[in-house]
Design a binder for this molecule. Sequence first.
Ligand code: RIB
Length: 285
Amino acid sequence: MFDVVVVGSANLDLVATVDRLPGAGETVPGHSYAEYPGGKGLNQAVAAARGGAVTAFVGAVGDDVAGAGLLDVMRADGIDTTAVAVVGAPTGRAMIGVGANAENSIIVIAGANDAVTGDGLPACRVVLSQLEVPVAAIRSAFTAARSMGATTVLNPAPAKPLPDDVLALCDVLTPNEHEVELLGGVDRLLSLGARAVVVTLGARGAALHTAGGDVAIAPFAVTPVDTTGAGDTFSGTLCARLALGEELTTALRAASAAGALCTTRAGAVPSIPYRIEVDALLAGG
Ligand code: RIB
């Protein structure tokens, strides 16, 4: 039995740092270039594993050097890769620009991620997904999760509209402000059956919405250098803490701390904190 299973994307991130992100039709000089493991699903799985959860990944990579590298990254963090398919399409890529203000812009080429089916979900306590894999995969995985009594958590990023039947399979959603608006708002998501909607607010923390009322989750003051993966770290940490038995508002405080720590380092996977760092920040250290 796994604590957390992430059904999601794995990408190789190609990252350039710039003073400011280019506008349409504009060319700007870059300062540095680096490649990092990433993808919203992989980032979330690493966050869950580093958060202390026994974690498995359900996804797909290409039969190429990048795919083999991402499998190695998962295994190095103790993530079970039994349900990762190796397919005849290129491993997913993300072209990322990071500005001096730590904000980013991202272009994703799905590649192998389009082959994820979500079938064959391993037994688990919490299932987490996002929108870089086909919606049919989320439907399949969350339907199986429901039948095994697992909690379903959807990070609806990147923003896109979703059918009501998929939203009705979500126990918890973690949209940002733009994503929640695109999905019709908090009240609509709660009326479709979500137990909780957690709207992430970046440097302003997060807002928990339930049928019982709203709770503000305070931010942690850090100096950000790169916000890539912070939202993924938030969702992965939240799922780890829920699977390990924490109450929702306590888990959200840890998720907020982990997301803040992620912004203080460059890259996606390399910047995701371990539980000991998160607990130190929570303790005021
Ligand atoms: O959320 C950050 C992630 O989005 C990056 O790692 C990139 O791969 C894209 O999927």
